[in-house]
Design a protein around this ligand. Structure first.
Ligand code: FES
Ligand code: FES
Length: 161
């Protein structure tokens, strides 16, 4: 077993892991954070998406050891003081979540995209386009929504920021 220390949704945490474990496994099993899900387990569906240092990654293929000293964000960290993040509210308002299986991963990829837009001085004043949203969410599959509502939700959230 190896001790792992990292920042999880803003809190410094530590846990013991087996060296072969993936980030998804320890989030679910050691921290009981069940938002990120295992769909394919092969890096294809994006249901396991979380952020590491602000970048969206497939946690099913991401070795847990690599988050030592890093910053991890999961969908559970999106709410602030009991209030939905603008993306969560926009998904709700636009009917962008149906069965909900893909939703945590979609939200986290969308967050990485909007955060990057907002912090990059070159892009901050630009309008978020549909093509950019599609590119940002290309690694996240949804079986239910047809994607239109999801794209509308990300556009709406972008206007809130
Ligand atoms: S479960 Fe990780 S990409 Fe599908
Ligand atoms: S809402 Fe069901 S898979 Fe996307």
């Amino acid at each position: 077993m190896t001790k792992l220390t990292f920042t999880l949704n803003g809190d410094q945490v530590e846990t013991w892991i087996e060296e072969h474990e993936m980030l998804l496994d320890i989030l679910r099993e050691n921290f009981n954070l069940l938002g990120a899900r295992e769909g394919c387990g092969m890096g294809e569906c994006g249901a396991c998406t979380v952020l590491v240092n602000g970048l969206n990654i497939n946690s099913c293929l991401f070795p847990a050891l690599e988050v030592e000293g890093q910053m991890v964000e999961t969908v559970e960290g999106l709410q602030n003081a009991g209030k939905f993040h603008p993306l969560q509210q926009a998904f709700l308002d636009n009917g962008a979540s149906q069965c909900g299986f893909c939703t945590p991963g979609m939200l986290m990829s969308a967050k990485a995209f909007l955060d990057e837009k907002q912090t990059n001085p070159k892009t901050v004043a630009e309008i978020v386009t549909e093509a950019e949203i599609k590119r940002a969410l290309a690694g996240n599959l949804c079986r239910c929504t047809g994607y239109f509502q999801i794209i509308d939700a990300v556009k709406a959230a972008a206007k809130e920021q």
